[in-house]
Design a protein around this ligand. Structure first.
Ligand code: ADE
Length: 225
């Protein structure tokens, strides 16, 4: 699975994707990350070169007024083109393009499973500010996805969440594929050492049944908890 992430802030991904399970999955070439920064698609004008602006604008005020700034469509479209060009180097590809917005379809485990099973490449477009010029939707066929009923400052966290959730659905990413419980929210309580946990004079014990070795009873207990 190749993740192609379109973002103004590629560095914000570094620490998360380069630790632990996602780091190992990249090393083992089960997943990969490619970044495309819309800012890199903009060429400076002579006047901008002279002023030596620290970086080039890709955001502008919204037509019709209103708060904040809007990302221009063209730099994002060009970044998607770059990602598609990269994907075209591979054989037998199937690409999904996702655009993050709080108004999108709700992301969940079954959505992640579907992505993991059907696609080789996922392009994730991370908006910032007040959003991206809506004309992008007419130019690029993409699905609008939300990760929850709240508003974030951008699509970077949603992109990391989708990459994480899709990755754990791919064979070889988790040490034990069976630990990929499908409905995590319904998973049972878990315990580990020590058997008796002492804290502030109180003793907290592991439920006896888990120490019994009786797997039938343990499974029954787990279903209830
Ligand atoms: N961008 C801002 N908030 C978001 C959310 N909840 N889901 C997806 N994209 C977003």
């Amino acid at each position: 699975m190749r993740f192609h992430i379109i973002t103004l802030f590629p560095n914000s991904f570094d620490s998360y994707i380069n630790e632990s399970i996602l780091a190992r999955a990249q090393k083992e070439k089960i997943i990969s990350f490619n970044f495309y920064n819309p800012r890199e698609t903009v060429t400076p004008t002579e006047a901008q070169k002279e002023k030596e602006l620290p970086y080039l604008r890709i955001d502008e005020k919204p037509y019709g007024g209103g708060p904040g700034m809007v990302m221009q469509a063209l730099p994002v479209v060009k970044s998607v083109e770059r990602a598609l060009k990269k994907i075209a180097q591979y054989k037998k590809t199937k690409t999904k393009i996702i655009f993050f917005t709080p108004q999108g379809v709700s992301f969940d485990t079954s959505y992640a499973k579907n992505l993991a099973q059907k696609y080789t490449d996922i392009i994730l477009i991370c908006g910032r500010y007040e959003g991206i010029d809506a004309r992008i939707k007419k130019i690029i066929k993409m699905e609008e996805v939300s990760i929850g009923n709240y508003v974030l400052t951008g699509g970077e966290l949603p992109a990391m969440i989708i990459a994480d959730c899709v990755s754990r659905q791919l064979e070889g990413v988790l040490g034990n594929f069976d630990s990929r419980e499908e409905e995590r929210e319904a998973s049972h309580d878990v315990y580990t050492r020590p058997e008796i946990l002492e804290y502030k004079g109180k003793k907290y014990r592991v439920p006896k049944i888990l120490l019994s070795g009786d797997h039938k009873k343990i499974n029954e207990w787990r279903e209830k908890h």
